[in-house]
Ligand binder design. Structure first.
Ligand SMILES: [Ca+2]
Length: 359
């Protein structure tokens, strides 16, 4: 057959769909289940083993193997769980919504040997909670991650792997990690969290013959909060951001907040190319039990800073600045208040500038 196509109700179990001339299976406006089946060798360019573009399907316990791409799920509250994605030459999974018909959710899926061993994020215009252990991937775009009036949340353990991405946040982003399962924002090349997502082997800087890529500061750009946004980070790790080639004039930061106060707790902001966190034109941000470290590379004439304040105020409590070119820098319209847990400096070329910034 050319491909299965259904609109209505699906009840598929223990079946095999293979060698299609287009998508292996294609559903629109369909409810039901696809489970314990094998979808394989559907290899036509830009096609998928399974494409679900609307409706409400449960896709569970299937094997997607050696297709071009594994699964595309869009525009419905589809449940995607406990599937295996093996050796698909493109992405394991892609998903999106373009309206309010619902958004797929993912749990306990596994991926290895695919071009992208993760879940590629397409357009998302409605509120969404990211969950599950397979990394979420976004590549080579400047886009609005959180539309105005919408809320995106990240559950414990969620990993975002980014490549050249500037994410504009106009709504609310709530990052809800735990100490055991932090939420990660990192480079697409970072194999440390979530395994070898970019499928070129595991970074091995000590092995001269290794062809696996390794992450570097500036692999992605910024989470950019504008004046209509809100942001909280709890138990987050944010690393390898602050690429400047995409940020217009001036320096960049892994997290940049213009005209809005952020709340950051129990987090690590590290190894970003320019600055870790840049607060400007904003009311009081609160940062507790958080470390800024290894901001050393800078960009052009710009210096590399853990935390930069421009016309901004921050309360710091139990905050450490370690091995940065400068730990914290503020202009004359900025101020810092220190809580009872104090601020710790170690290994920075300059701790705070001006030296009276941290009282
Ligand atoms: Ca890799």
């Amino acid at each position: 057959m050319t491909r299965g196509y259904a609109s209505g109700t699906a009840d598929i179990q223990n079946s095999t769909f293979e060698y299609s001339g287009t998508d292996g299976l294609y559903f629109t406006d369909t409810a039901g289940t696809i489970q314990s089946s094998t979808i394989r060798h559907n290899t036509v360019s830009n096609m998928y083993g399974l494409k679900v573009i609307s409706g409400n399907l449960t896709v569970s316990g299937n094997t997607f193997q050696s297709n071009k791409n594994g699964l595309l799920a869009a525009n419905g509250p589809h449940t995607i769980s406990e599937n295996q994605f093996l050796g698909n030459s493109g992405s394991a999974i892609s998903f999106s919504n373009t309206g309010n018909a619902g958004t797929p959710t993912f749990s306990n899926n596994s991926a290895s040997g695919n071009g992208v061993n993760g879940i590629e994020i397409g357009d998302l215009v409605d509120s969404y909670t990211f969950s599950g252990s397979l990394p979420y991937v976004k590549q080579n775009v400047n886009t609005t991650l959180v539309p105005s009036g919408k809320t995106f949340s990240a559950d414990p353990g969620v990993i975002f792997k980014l490549d050249g991405v500037l994410w504009n946040i106009a709504g609310t982003l709530n990052v809800n990690g735990t100490s055991e399962n932090p939420v990660i924002f990192t480079s697409f090349k970072d194999d440390t969290y979530g395994g070898d997502t970019n499928s070129d082997g595991t970074c091995d800087p000590g092995n001269a013959s290794s062809t696996a890529s390794c992450p570097a500061p500036g692999d992605w750009n910024s989470l950019f909060f504008n004046a209509t946004s809100h942001g909280t980070f709890s138990n987050a790790i944010i690393r390898y951001g602050a690429r400047c080639s995409l940020c217009g004039t001036g320096p960049s930061a892994a997290i940049k907040a213009d005209g809005v106060a952020l709340s950051i707790s129990n987090s690590t902001i590290e190894k970003n190319k320019n600055h870790g966190l840049w607060l400007l034109n904003s009311a009081t941000s609160t940062i507790t039990h958080t470390t800024f470290r290894d901001h050393l590379l800078g960009f052009g004439a710009a210096e590399s800073l853990g935390l930069l304040l421009n016309s901004a105020r921050a309360i710091l409590d139990n905050v450490s600045f370690i091995n940065n070119f400068k730990g914290i820098v503020g202009d004359s319209n900025s101020s810092v208040e220190v809580g009872s847990g104090g601020v710790n400096f170690s290994g920075n070329t300059t701790d705070d500038s001006p030296a009276t910034l941290v009282p």
